[in-house]
Write a protein that binds this ligand. Structure first.
Ligand SMILES: [Fe+2]
Ligand SMILES: [Zn+2]
Length: 389
């Protein structure tokens, strides 16, 4: 079984047909709506629920006022006509709905919002590198950066200021909110004999995502390199979706046990103690991977009498051997002013051991990748005219 090169993420449904409304008639399965570019069958409840009128919608805020449970049963209508290019439906309870072509275009945008194609990558593939000043000044560069991050789960931005905390200003400038935590807001990763995490040593860091100890880890992370004058310490990243597709191709049962068994993770400092229990792998209803939680260093003992223990260890060894296979590494050296952005639900980051023969200092901050999607939707027009106007 071969692994895919890309995966369609988000809504997998069709779009409503384009073009002016031509004819509409009720059939046993719903409203058959004919447009210039095709025909669709629309369920009565769906049409009623999405009535754009000023009593069903709060026009000022473009929110829904209509509550489907306020009707006694399923929506019912025997009347549908096209009047002046608009679809008019009279419902059995006396309400009337008028849908413009623009309203249907809005439904299409809402139904497909945040859909994208994930590109699965591995060693030999190029990642997206962007220039700090260009991303700030040039909206087409900024959009390309957001699109690349969505597609790959990773981008690198070069030429950033190297003063401590500069990443905070950059995040603000691109409309991305940083998230705080009990462990801290900004993490100064440098050699620190009192550090509570392997990152504060000079040891190599195996591929992992941060905050496995949180039930809902922040989905985005920035690693902003301020100075890197130590020998060694090359960075590399691993595409978790690619890894999981490889695992599923050779052993689908391994994926199932990893998605079934909850594993404890703990990370703590002098003042914080984070712990959660969650499966390593999460999938959506369509069987697409949505989250790989991987931090061998933070992993806690499983219950000794767990019925899936042997099967789980077999699967975990297999997963770990794919995660740490150099065929899946994309490597680079982060130099001063390089900021590595990763989607932590998908992409694992790592570094090789370094020689503490010169200063090395990077700062980690966290965000929610939804902010990236939102900015992209604003830039592409996906977020305009949501439903009514
Ligand atoms: Fe990390
Ligand atoms: Zn209405």
């Amino acid at each position: 079984m071969s692994t895919p090169n890309e995966i369609a993420m988000g809504s997998s449904g069709k779009s409503l047909p384009a073009g002016a409304f031509v004819a509409a008639s009720w059939q046993p399965s719903g409203l058959e709506l004919q447009c210039v570019d095709g025909t669709a069958t629309l369920v009565a409840d769906w049409l009623r629920d999405n009535c754009p009128c000023a009593s069903c919608r709060i026009v000022q805020t473009d929110e829904r006022r209509w509550q489907p449970w306020s009707a006694t049963g399923p929506a019912e209508s025997h009347s549908a006509t096209i009047v002046d290019g608009e679809l008019v439906i009279e419902w059995s309870d006396g309400h009337a709905s008028t849908y413009s072509r623009a309203a249907f275009d809005g439904f299409n945008r809402a139904m497909h919002r945040n859909s994208y194609t994930a590109r699965l990558w591995r060693n030999g593939d190029d990642l997206g590198w962007f220039d700090h000043d260009a991303v700030l000044a040039d909206m087409s560069q900024r959009q390309a950066m957001f699109e690349t991050f969505q597609r790959d789960g990773v981008v690198i931005i070069s030429g950033s200021p190297t003063e401590p905390g500069a990443v905070i200003g950059f995040a603000k400038a691109i409309n991305v909110a940083l998230v705080d935590s009990q462990l801290g807001f900004i993490f100064d990763v440098k050699l620190d004999p009192t550090g509570y995490n392997i990152a504060y040593t000079a040891e190599g860091l195996p591929p992992h995502n941060d905050n496995a100890q949180r039930t809902h880890p922040p989905s985005g992370q920035v690693l902003a390199m301020l100075v890197n004058d130590a020998d060694g310490g090359e960075s590399f990243v691993v595409d978790g979706f690619s890894v999981l597709e490889q695992l599923r191709a050779i052993d689908p049962a391994a994926v199932e046990v990893l998605a079934r068994v909850s594993v404890g993770f703990r990370q703590y400092s002098k003042t914080a103690d984070g712990f959660t229990r969650a499966p390593l792998v999460a999938l959506d209803a369509a069987g697409r991977f949505t989250h790989l939680r991987f931090s061998n260093q933070l992993r806690q003992p499983l219950p000794f009498d767990h019925p899936d223990l042997e099967e789980w260890y077999r699967a975990y060894r297999l997963l770990g051997s794919i995660v740490t296979d150099p065929a899946n590494f994309v490597s680079f050296r982060l130099k001063a002013g390089d900021m590595l952005f990763v989607n932590g639900y998908r992409v694992m980051h790592a570094r090789h051991e370094y020689q503490p023969n010169g200063p090395r200092h990077l700062q980690d901050v966290y965000f929610d990748v939804d902010d990236f999607s939102a900015n992209l939707a604003l830039l592409t027009g996906q977020a305009t005219n949501a439903m009514v106007h």
